[in-house]
Structure formats: C-alpha cells, structure tokens
Design a protein around this ligand. Structure first.
Ligand code: PA5
Length: 481
C-alpha cells in the first residue's frame, strides 16, 4: 500500500502553520494585531471558501483539480527517454521555469547533477530561464548534445526569452554532425493545447508534446506537465507529489476555513498589510531548509504577480500588493537579520521548517581543540540540531523585538509535503486575492513588458508600439556621467 493511503501517516505528514507570533500579546501593538481582528474575518473567509467551491465545481479553478490528472503519458515519456539521454534542459521562464527549479532543489540530491548516473536516479536537470548570453553559451559548453533532450515550455507559445533560446538550440542540434535531421528527437514541447505559435510548430513537425491545461496560468502550473515532466525525468515520485497536493486541496475544501493554514495565512498577510499602526507591506519567506530555498523563489513569483495589481475587481485604482522577499536560514542571518530586527517594522516573516532532514551529521569530540571554548560543545550534537537552534534563536529575537512571524512546519521534505506546500500556497494566494479584491490570475504588467520587448526586437505586428517606444526613449534619455 502506498504510504499516502494510510490515514495516520497522512496526518503525521500534514503541513501546519504556527500563528501565535502575530498577535499583540506576543509582539505588541506595533507588531501584532488583536486576535479579534482575525476572528472578525472568519465569516468572510468561510464565504471565500464557499465561492472557491462553487467556482471549482464550475471548472473555473482547474489548478485545484490537477492532483487528479492522469500522468501515464509523462511516465511513459520518462521510460522512453531515460536511457537515451543523460541531461534534460528546460527552456522556459517565470511560471514555466520556477516550479521546475523548486521541485528539483527540494526533492533531489543537493548535488544531483554532479552524481554519477547510477547514484542520481534520473537525468541531470538544467533550467535555462535567463537569456544572459554568457550564461546560455556557458550552458551549451557543458552539454553533450547527442545525450541531451530539451523541453521547450511556454504557455503563450511566444515568450521572447523561450522562443529565442529555442531558436539557438534548434540550430545547435541541426548543426551537430551526429544529430542533424534527428533534432526532433531531442525536443519536447509543453504548451497550450491548441493556441500559439509553438503549438502550431509542434503539430507541423510532429514533435512530442504535452498540454498546459487551459485555465491554469503559468505561476499555477507547477503541477501540470510544466513541472511534472522535468520532475519525473530527474527521478522524483510525481504521484506522491500529486497525492500531497490532493491532500491539501481536499483539506482546504472540507475543514472550516479558519482552521486551514492557507486561509489563516492569507488573512494574516491581509491584516498585516493593513496594520493600523505600522503596516507590513513586505512579506519575507525564510526557509530553514536548503532544499526549500527555491520554493521561496517560486512563491515570490506567485505572490508578486498574483497580488500586485493596479485595479480592484470593480475597476477602482488601488495599486495594491505585498512585496515578497526571499531569505534563507541560516545564510541570511549573517546578511539580512540585522535589518529585520532593528530596521523598520514593516515586514511579516514566514519561516518554513522541517522537523527532520534526509541526512544529519553528528559532530565529533576533538582532542586538539579541547582547550578552546569554540568547538567541543558541539560534540555529540548534530548540524540539524544547530540549524533548529538557530531558527529558534532568530524567531525569538524577532518576536522579542515585536516583529510578527509565522512558521510553516513540515515533518520532512519529501514529494508528499512539497506537493502540499505548493497547493497550500496557491490556495493562500487565491484567498489573499479575494481579500484584497483583485484578480489573482491575470498579469497585465508582465504582458506590457512582453509587448514592448516584441516591438524592440522587430516582431511583425508591433511596429506602432516600436515607434511609440523610440519616441519615448529619445525624449526621455538622461545620463549622469
Ligand atoms: O505566471 C505567468 O503567467 C508568467 O510568469 C508566465 O509564466 C511567464 O511570463 C512565461 O510565460 P509563457 O509560459 O507564456 O512563456
């Protein structure tokens, strides 16, 4: 029996949220809120939960039902390619890259790509998102092309960064003496099921392709083939990942809203953003787990693009949105925490902790260091213990200085808990969107940047935009030399 069919096991693996350190009794009136303010939102939260259920039933929130998808085509693709190729390169950006990176860092060996094939358990994974030419050329330098497969991921089918790198990759493959006309076997496309230039091209060339379900936007797509294919290729158990996500989706649909981490998390971020004495408009996420560091990066996009909006749903100009900041424990204790503790009280912190690690190192007693105070007090203790102690110390220091903080806690980092975390944070984002009164699923600001890029790079159809930009640039240039 799969462990995730065992109720006791599932309960022990449930991701929880600790909220005590956001209330006035813990962090004072500058830092915290009165409990009654959260309680006064309970009716609204329950109403949002009902609205989500109705929309889900009507098929308007397909991200919630992704855990039920059939992954047999993905697993078959892995089977067909696992011995043929050694490296899997994702070409994509934003929502078409960050989930892949998050899964890979969270759920594979920290030095996965350096391990020999028999210890890796899957292909090497690279994600070429940023188009900095030094970076892309550097990646190409490392690839053994006959043993490399590229996954071109773009929902729109035309994002400049992905389209341009694909163009470069296709030439590289076609020019390779051992590949040439066989380039098609080295390309897998993930895009909209019908629309867009990449879909057209994939159909015309007969390329292997996967669909990004309609209605699932880029930043909500980690649990579609966007994130699942690279995860499965690298050896991650995607069925367990989806089982964890299903658990979170069903928990948040069936348990009263006020008892659900995503609803409480959204409500507290909303209340802190509107704190009557010292608004907390910055949201710092700080995992004390190196494996979860890129989940923070994924969340940063989800929170920023979903909640940063000019207009409310009724069209009023609101220019709203908490600014997500990523930090990492313990690294950023020696970089950011001074500011967090003594700087402006304008942040809500979310720590993410794991109770156990895949490995732990017991520290030895060392005779050569016995006369010095700095070393042997660690003897018999573990690095995991030290990490936990430092997390407690930082939490305590922040709380004592009236800095509100939440802690997301999980038993261990594994596909089941990471799947829950993805789903929990996606639901939290949707609930926060409802509280802020904005549409969390569009990104007009990003689209504006994409259009300007097309114009500047002479994409046909964008000539008027190019003229307008050139006029703005020529009148607005001002340099300090
Ligand atoms: O969340 C989003 O919609 C965006 O961040 C997109 O993922 C990003 O702009 C890439 O778009 P596309 O997948 O169309 O290439």
């Amino acid at each position: 029996m799969r462990p995730w069919n065992d109720t006791a096991w599932k309960n022990s693996m449930r991701v929880r949220l600790a909220i005590a350190n956001v209330f006035e009794e813990a962090v004072g009136p500058e830092g915290g809120i009165a409990r009654a303010r959260l309680e006064s939102l309970y009716d609204r939260l329950r109403a949002i939960q009902r609205e989500i259920a109705v929309k889900r039933e009507a098929g308007a929130l397909p991200f919630l039902d992704l855990p039920k998808q059939d992954v047999s085509a993905i697993l078959a693709c892995v089977e067909q390619n696992r011995t043929k190729f050694e490296t899997f390169v994702v070409l994509g950006i934003g929502g078409s890259a960050l989930g892949n990176i998050a899964c890979h860092t969270a759920l594979r060996h920290p030095y996965h790509n350096f391990l020999p094939a028999d210890r890796r358990g899957g292909m090497r994974i690279e994600v070429a998102d940023n188009i900095d030419p030094d970076r892309i050329a550097g990646l190409f330098d490392t690839l053994d092309l006959p043993r490399t497969v590229f996954n071109v991921i773009t929902k729109s089918g035309s994002t400049a960064e992905t389209a341009s790198t694909f163009l470069a990759v296709k030439k590289l493959l076609q020019d390779h003496p051992r590949i040439g006309p066989g380039w098609r076997e080295h390309v897998i496309v993930t895009t909209d099921p019908v629309a867009g230039d990449l879909r057209k091209f994939a159909s015309r060339e007969g390329l292997v392709s996967f669909d990004i379900p309609r209605g699932v936007g880029g930043r909500f797509s980690v649990l579609t083939p966007v994130g699942l294919l690279s995860a499965a290729m690298s050896g991650i158990d995607i069925e367990e990942l989806l089982a964890g996500a299903a658990d979170a989706a069903e928990y948040h649909a069936s348990v009263p809203a006020e008892k659900c981490p995503a609803f409480a998390g959204a409500a507290l971020h909303y209340l802190m953003y509107n704190h009557p004495r010292a608004p907390k408009r910055l949201a710092v996420m700080m995992p004390y787990s190196h494996a979860l560091k890129d989940v923070t990066d994924w969340f940063r996009q989800l929170w920023a693009e979903s909640l940063g909006k000019e207009k409310a749903l009724d069209g009023t100009i609101v220019n709203v949105g908490p600014t997500p900041i990523k930090a990492l424990g313990v690294t950023d204790q020696h970089s950011q925490v001074q500011l967090y503790i003594e700087g402006p009280n304008d942040k809500l912190f979310t720590f993410v902790e794991t109770e156990t690690f895949q490995n732990d190192l017991v520290l030895p007693f060392d005779n050569d260091l016995a006369d010095l105070g700095a070393f042997n007090y660690f003897a018999g203790k573990t690095l995991g213990q030290l990490l936990h102690a430092e997390q407690k110390a930082t939490t305590l220091a922040l709380t004592r200085r009236h800095r509100p903080n939440l802690t997301i806690s999980m038993r261990e980092v594994r596909p089941y808990t990471v799947g829950q975390l993805f789903m929990l944070l996606e639901i939290q984002t949707v609930v926060a969107g409802a509280l802020f009164g904005i549409n969390p699923f569009d990104q007009p600001g990003v689209e504006a940047g994409k259009i300007a890029t097309y114009a500047l790079m002479d994409r046909p159809g964008y000539e008027n935009e190019k003229n307008a930009i050139e006029q703005e640039i020529s009148t607005g240039a001002e340099w300090v030399l």
